[in-house]
Ligand binder design. Structure first.
Ligand code: N01
Length: 532
């Protein structure tokens, strides 16, 4: 092939490296740092113009992390020791500053190629190298090819017609202009009620004339209970508490600082249960979801009990009965916690204001966009100046299927996954030797705090590569793809993308079990892999 041939004119353009990583977010940076420490020459290719991954791209109004710091940061002491946050749930600006700090500490950018989109990759058996192609015609050759794409790298646009006809401004959340959009005095539509839609609606409502929230599935939002953090408080916690927290988060189901309690819902009396629910509610964040009774996600009566508490709390915040029924129905729209709850601050009070509207698009779906706005299936026209598409992503598998990845026989990954997603250990793919991926298909991805998951998987990948080097193994390919493993419709199951196969895209057994299973494959001499 051309890149391996020194007589070919493209030869000089070939980037040679031990490890090529795609993506410069939490995952890619962690892999590069850890592999450099082991003496590997590493490069990152990144489609964006800077490091930070989702926090580089997410410029939409109100973008804010929904997992508390310090659980949502690197456990690397060289990074956390002299970094302090202003609040428990920082926004994009602060997260971007965090990545500037990460850069000062880890010196990542000197080995990053930005504005570089990978469009093809295949393992070349004769040279034992991956040959990787970029959109602008460059080639890289590497021994190990690592994908750290994040789960939300491919946007999902709604399929109704006329999006391009709209005369006002229309933006997908992940393409929001970095310079902002002037919404002062304007009529704003927010399509989608995921974490993104909730955040955009809350923030733009501060300036807009009014907000119209289009709701297909109501989000069972939880109170964020945002709080400022002082330097003194963080300095104090750094004397021992941080180390414990980073160690412990690996041992919880979802990689957070808390876990389900060892008790079932109806083990407690009604009074005890109410007090427990109140405590979690008051603490805020995901506690009511991830630190609840251990049968929350397994027993429908237990789940209903939690929903009733949620409904009691939130229904009291909306006075308009019509809006209340759409946003907080008495009957649960789905089992609580089987679809990701968003963290809100004043979402319900904001939507309750008479100027703001709530439209039920499950009952009356959107038919099309026109120059003026959005027309529903019953012919009603809603006029707008700005439309925010918070319609999510072709999550988890979308990006991997769209980067020209081919197996050793030249079969596209997109074809291999046409009828279902298969991987081995949620980090490797049969036919893709010496290639590992993070925070993707069949890993703990959707059920896990991002930084915890990428560190757990990242450490496994680094240990595997070091072991391959130590044992003189050149070639490591899973024998077959074996999934380590539902009712609610969401991106957890691929439901939000029309035509996408419906399946469990994340490992749902929790981080501790996942680590045990993946570690045992490594400790048992690359069990399940063909090595040579
Ligand atoms: O995307 P989503 P997101 N007509 O897929 C609706 C992370 N995140 O960008 O629910 C009408 O959750 C769709 O409706 P339905 C976080 O992990 C984190 O908000 O399918 N509506 C849904 O309401 C999150 O889970 C933060 O019925 C349509 C919405 O669009 C993940 O990213 C912040 C539609 C999509 O919601 C994705 O969140 C933001 C249509 N044709 C995001 N098509 C943090 O705070 C789609 N929808 C860290």
């Amino acid at each position: 092939n051309e890149s391996a041939d020194p007589n070919n004119e493209n030869y000089a353009k070939v980037l040679e490296t031990d490890v090529l990583i795609v993506g410069a977010g939490y995952g890619g940076i962690y892999l590069m740092h850890k592999l450099r420490q082991q003496g590997f020459k590493c490069k990152i290719m990144e489609a964006g113009t800077d490091i930070g991954g989702i926090w580089h791209w997410n410029c939409y109004p109100g973008a804010r992390v929904d997992s508390q710091v310090p659980v949502y940061e690197y456990s690397l002491p060289e990074v956390w020791k002299d970094w302090n946050w202003s609040c428990r749930y920082p926004g994009t600006d602060e997260l971007q500053k965090y990545f500037d700090h990460v850069e000062r500490k880890l010196d990542i950018k000197k080995d990053c190629a930005f504005n570089t989109r990978v469009v093809g990759a295949q393992y070349d058996k004769p040279s034992s190298r991956w040959i990787v192609k970029t959109e602008d015609g460059r080639t890289a050759r590497c021994k190990y090819f690592l994908l750290a794409l994040g789960f939300a790298a491919k946007r999902h646009f709604p399929d109704w017609p006329g999006l391009d006809k709209f005369d006002g401004e229309i933006h997908h959340s992940s393409f929001w202009p970095a310079s902002g959009v002037d919404v002062k005095g304007k009529r704003v539509a927010v399509i989608g009620t995921g974490s993104t839609g909730v955040q955009i609606a809350q923030e733009t409502s501060k300036e807009a004339a009014n907000i119209t929230q289009f709701v297909r599935t109501p989000n069972l939002c939880l109170p964020m209970q945002q709080k400022p953090l002082t330097k003194e408080e963080q300095d104090r916690r750094k004397q021992g508490e941080y180390q414990e927290l980073f160690k412990n988060r690996l041992n919880t189901f979802a990689g957070f600082q808390y876990d389900y309690v060892e008790k079932n819902t109806f083990d407690d009396t009604a009074e005890e249960r109410e007090a427990f629910y109140e405590r979690m509610w008051g603490n805020g964040g995901f506690e009511f979801w991830l630190a609840n009774y251990k049968d929350l996600l397994f027993d429908s009566d237990a789940n209903r009990e939690a929903y009733n508490f949620w409904a009691k709390k939130t229904r009291a915040r909306i006075t308009d009965p019509e809006k209340r029924e759409i946003l907080e129905p008495l009957e649960p729209p789905h089992a609580f916690g089987t679809k990701r709850p968003s963290l809100e601050q004043d979402y319900y009070e904001m939507l309750d204001k008479p100027d703001n509207k709530v439209v039920d698009v499950k009952k009356t779906p959107i038919k099309e966009s026109t120059e003026k706005g959005i027309i529903l299936s019953d012919g009603t026209l809603h006029e707008f100046d700005v439309i925010a598409l918070a319609t999510g992503f072709d999550s988890v598998t979308g990006r991997m299927k769209n980067m020209g990845l081919k197996d050793v026989d030249g079969v596209e990954l997109a074809d291999k996954w046409k009828n279902g997603t298969y991987s081995y250990l949620g980090m490797s793919l049969s036919g893709f030797p010496n290639c590992f991926f993070l925070y993707g298909a069949q890993g703990p991805t959707a059920f896990s705090n991002g930084p915890t998951c990428v560190e757990a998987q990242g450490d496994w990948i680094v240990d595997a590569i070091v072991k391959l080097r130590e044992e003189g193994i050149n070639y490591c390919d899973p024998k077959k793809n074996k999934t380590l493993f539902p009712q609610t419709r969401s991106w957890y199951m691929g439901d939000n993308i029309p035509g996408k196969v419906r399946e469990q895209l994340s490992f749902a057994g929790g981080l501790p079990l996942y680590q045990k299973m993946t570690r045992s494959a490594l400790d048992n001499g690359f069990e399940g892999f063909i090595t040579a």
